[in-house]
Structures are given as structure tokens and as C-alpha cells.
Unconditional design. Structure first.
Length: 312
């Protein structure tokens, strides 16, 4: 009888632990994957850049631009983007992707920089962000398909002689590097990826340890299973590193050496994986998404040098 009671107690405890792990995993899934509708604001560590940031936002609101709509045939969902034509007619166009919890407005500094470099700029609100539809954030996995369609719209607008540069920061870097493994049109000429991760699973496990001091098992497999059921992919399958192994486009990787949100080593791994011409710039003193803000002049020069080498 004593053995049976002990076994029953252990069974109850195991069930409780399992239920607790599932509930916590579901909480983490919702925290990370649910739609991001909050108004983006600078993080505490970035408040020193806030004045300059809002000046760029004011510029973005004032500049003439078009609103583009991408219609999902199967789901009826709509993706929204701003298209800012260059000052002088050109076939050079950049398509850019923002970070998680952000939107096209938060890319105002980059829109202005590339506008001044003579590019047409297409800046979408990514899936489940801003004015675009979508229930779940997919961290590049579904977005890469959206971006294939944005590329097609650019070709229809600019023409078959278009020269397209892909740029992304944080999650946006994940989008454009995952996109690099697809069969891209010949008009896509180069990629710039700022503070991107290796794959969604690695990034999840890093944050799980950093924020909650927990090991990957059993939480990551549970979150991955929930994500597969609701969003359609397992976390480690959304891999920038694997996509980059198929990439032959010139690629500039940028990362701050003080990034504690997406660790710097991830850009080293992505750089090593990429098969095309490549450059890696590690920015001293820059945290996550701070490389531009720490030294805008150096950032613009590094981008110009890369474009002069591989894009002009």
C-alpha cells in the first residue's frame, strides 16, 4: 500500500510539473509570438538617442511617400508598406525589414540615410506589426515569403533593370538572411544584416537562460511544438545560418560588441556560414540595434564602402 501511495504521489507531482511547464511554455509563446500592437518607444538604454530618433520620425512623416498594399490571396491578410521614391529617378531600390515590436516608422533613420544615398526605399510593416495584418510574429519564417512578393512589386514599379538591396535589423536581419536561401530574382544584388540571430531556437534558448535562468529542456521543445501547431514551424528550423549556406550574394554583417539581447557571436556564425562575398563589422560600444546611433557617420561610411565595392 505504501508503494502504491508513493507511486500515486509521484504521478500527481509529475502531472503537476508537466502542467506547470506547459503553462509557462504557453505564456512564453504568447509573450514572444503574439501580435505586437504597442507603440514602439526607445528602450531605457537607448534614451540618450531619443532626441535624434524623433527628429528622424518627424522627417519620415513629412517626406512624400506612397502606401503599398500586399494582398494575401489565401488568407485575405494585408501587408502594408511605405515607398519613398529617390530624389532623382533611379533603378536602385532598398527593401528594409524592422525589428520585433517595431514598425516602418522606427526605420526612419535608415530610410533617410538610404534616401540620401540615392535609393528608392520600400519599408514594410512586417507581419503582425504596425498596420499589417497577422496574428503571430514569425521572426522571418513567413516574412521571407512576404518579402519575395515585395520584391515582385518593386520589379513591377521600377522595372526589370532594378537593382535591389535587402536590409534588415534584428528580426529584420533574420528576415533578409532567411530570404537569402531562397531562389531570388537576379535583380537582388546584395544584403546588409544588422544584429541578426543564427536561428529562432538559439535566440529563444539564449533569452530563456538570460531572463529566466532556465535550461532549454523541457521549455524550448514545448514552445517549439506550440509554435509549430499555431504558426507552422519549429523554432530551430527558422534558421538564418542554414539559409546563408545557400547564399552567394555579397553580404555585410553588422553587430554591436555590447549586444546582450542578440549576442554578437551569432553574427560571427552567420558570417562564417555565408558563401558569397562578405564583410563583418563589429561596432565597439554598441548594444542591440545601436550600431547606427553610436556613430551614424561611421555607419554610413561603412555602408557606402560596401555598396561601392559590391553594388555600384
Amino acid at each position: 500500500m505504501g508503494f502504491k501511495k508513493a507511486a500515486a504521489a509521484l504521478g500527481v507531482m509529475s502531472t503537476a510539473v508537466g502542467a506547470g511547464a506547459f503553462m509557462f511554455s504557453n505564456y512564453l509563446f504568447k509573450l514572444g509570438m503574439n501580435r505586437k500592437d504597442d507603440e514602439p518607444v526607445p528602450q531605457t538604454s537607448q534614451l540618450r538617442f531619443a532626441y535624434a530618433y524623433y527628429r528622424y520620425v518627424d522627417w519620415f512623416h513629412a517626406i512624400p511617400k506612397e502606401e503599398w498594399v500586399l494582398n494575401e490571396v489565401d488568407t485575405g491578410e494585408k501587408m502594408i508598406a511605405s515607398y519613398v521614391p529617390a530624389k532623382e529617378e533611379t533603378n536602385k531600390t532598398i527593401i528594409m525589414a524592422h525589428g520585433v515590436g517595431c514598425n516602418r516608422e522606427t526605420m526612419a533613420n535608415f530610410i533617410k540615410m538610404y534616401h540620401e544615398l540615392g535609393f528608392n526605399v520600400l519599408a514594410p510593416d512586417d507581419r503582425a506589426h504596425g498596420d499589417s495584418d497577422g496574428k503571430y510574429v514569425s521572426y522571418g519564417w513567413k516574412d521571407r515569403i512576404d518579402y519575395l512578393r515585395w520584391i515582385k512589386l518593386v520589379l513591377e514599379k521600377v522595372g526589370d533593370d532594378a537593382e535591389i538591396l535587402m536590409f534588415g535589423i534584428s528580426m529584420g536581419a533574420g528576415i533578409v538572411t532567411m530570404l537569402s536561401g531562397e531562389d531570388l530574382p537576379k535583380q537582388v544584388k546584395a544584403i546588409i544584416a544588422d544584429c541578426g540571430y543564427t536561428n529562432v531556437g538559439d535566440e529563444f534558448n539564449y533569452l530563456l537562460k538570460d531572463m529566466f535562468h532556465l535550461p532549454p529542456y523541457p521549455i524550448e521543445p514545448l514552445v517549439s511544438a506550440i509554435n509549430w501547431y499555431k504558426v507552422g514551424y519549429r523554432l530551430h528550423n527558422a534558421s538564418c545560418t542554414e539559409a546563408l549556406k545557400k547564399n552567394d550574394l555579397p553580404t555585410l554583417f553588422i553587430h554591436g560588441d555590447s549586444d546582450i539581447y542578440v549576442p554578437t557571436y551569432m553574427s560571427y556564425e552567420n558570417y562564417a556560414a555565408s558563401n558569397g562575398p562578405k564583410q563583418l563589422w563589429i561596432v565597439p560600444g554598441a548594444g542591440h540595434e545601436e550600431s547606427f546611433w553610436v556613430n551614424p557617420v561611421a555607419y554610413k561610411k561603412r555602408v557606402k564602402d560596401f555598396l561601392h565595392t559590391y553594388f555600384d
